[in-house]
Design a protein. Structure first.
Length: 418
């Protein structure tokens, strides 16, 4: 029994290491064009772009493909499109009349047990004139508007009854032509380096020579000979077969959840939301404050008077006040300069008060300074707070002098009689 338990424990341990030790594959990407990066194209020539993200089969991959034109403007094929890992995709366009260098930029992000992201680019030049050098292959056929497949891989669709391939590798290769209404036709060709190779591959088509049903490899409703973009997952396209972007937000309508409102790729083409309805979108909103729309540029409630109470909760938003008074200054009903919440006395008409709002009595005579005519001298209420005059015997200077004279006269008379 103990041996069985050890066996089960061992199997569980092995299973654990089998699961957790499975390495995650580092993602990478490749980008190329049909003539090779750095090649020269001529106006009207087909440019086929191939791209691929190599990652774990379980990875979620999103990608963007754009081309920077000679005037520094951008032509966008798609933004944040979901693609499958480990599959080579193709998309075709036609070299425009604007001469100069172009840069194809492929940006990608793969998520599986972590996130890998990166970008790669490929340049080419559109030049005037014509003619080619190096190893080429001209494919002639009895029908027009066919697809060219090179060694089993789609290369491009030509609107003509011939196709030109440039910088063709030497050796033996299989060329297959496909067109709706016609049977596929293949031929093995041996490419001689540094010369112009040619091959003729005729196709067997139904009545009408294969011209009754036009080929549309990406199924977007635009025939391949008129289709400037390869977009098998999108049939909301313009007359050139390229995905529409009516709101011009960089997200095509097949991937845009809000095709008539300009938004952002990170929000699937929709305008950023505003969960607290304060007028500042969530991607720029630093505060969540439902019910308050008096906010600053960061979406946080304003406090105009700086009293610590935001304007939405402040009954006096432009006057500094107290939270206990809903943001308003405290009242002073008796006008003594001490607010009611700190005033212990109601004394309208008297502002000579102490810190409690009660009238002062500086000389402690029982009369407050507002009623006391002598606030710094102790007095009586009957004398308006002033000291009373001293009361004593009345003395008249004139009467005193008269009495002295009478006495002096009497003494003089007595002395004279003697």
């Amino acid at each position: 029994m103990k041996g069985v338990r050890f066996f089960i424990a061992g199997m569980l341990l092995i299973s654990f290491f089998t699961v957790v030790s499975e390495p995650s594959q580092a993602a990478s990407a490749s980008l190329n064009i049909n003539k090779g990066c750095g090649a020269t194209y001529y106006p009207g020539e087909v440019v086929t772009i191939s791209y691929k993200v190599t990652a774990s089969a379980s990875a979620t991959v999103v990608a963007s493909l754009r081309v920077q034109l000679p005037d520094s403007s951008w032509s966008t094929f798609f933004i944040n499109r979901s693609i499958l890992p480990n599959i080579t995709y193709y998309i075709s366009g036609v070299a425009g009349s604007q001469l100069g260098g172009r840069t194809v930029v492929f940006e990608w992000e793969a998520t599986y047990m972590g996130t890998d992201a990166g970008s790669t680019s490929c340049t080419y030049v559109v030049s005037s004139g014509g003619g080619t050098t190096g190893t080429t292959l001209q494919i002639n056929s009895n029908v027009s508007g066919f697809q060219v497949w090179w060694n089993g891989v789609y290369n491009h669709t030509t609107p003509y009854n011939y196709a030109l391939l440039y910088n063709v590798p030497s050796g033996t290769h299989t060329v297959t032509l496909k067109k709706s209404g016609c049977s596929d036709a293949s031929k093995t060709v041996t490419i001689v380096p540094a010369v112009a190779n040619q091959v003729t591959i005729n196709m067997s088509c139904g009545s009408g020579g294969g011209g009754e049903e036009e080929a549309d490899i990406d199924g977007d409703g635009v025939p391949d000979d008129e289709d400037g973009c390869y977009n098998p997952d999108c049939n909301v396209v313009d007359r050139n077969g390229c995905p529409k972007d009516s709101d011009r937000d960089g997200v095509n309508e097949c991937d845009d959840d809000c095709p008539t409102e300009a938004g952002s790729p990170s929000n699937d083409g929709c305008p950023a939301g505003d969960k607290d309805d304060d007028g500042v979108t969530d991607d720029e909103d630093a505060c969540y404050n439902p019910g308050c729309s008096l906010v600053d540029s960061q979406g946080c409630p304003r406090d105009s008077d700086g009293d610590g109470l935001n304007d939405c909760a402040d009954d006096c938003p432009n006057e500094e006040g107290d939270r206990r008074n809903n943001g308003c200054p405290a009242e002073d009903a008796d006008g003594d300069g001490v607010t009611d919440d700190q005033d212990n006395c109601y004394n309208p008409g008297c502002n000579l008060v102490d810190s409690r709002g009660c009238p002062r009595d500086s000389d402690n005579d029982g009369m407050n300074d507002c009623e006391d005519n002598c606030p710094n001298q102790s007095g009586t209420r009957s004398n308006s707070g002033c000291p009373e005059q001293q009361q004593g015997p009345q003395f008249c200077l004139g009467s005193g002098l008269l009495a002295v004279l009478i006495c002096l006269g009497s003494v003089w008379k007595v002395l004279k009689l003697k």
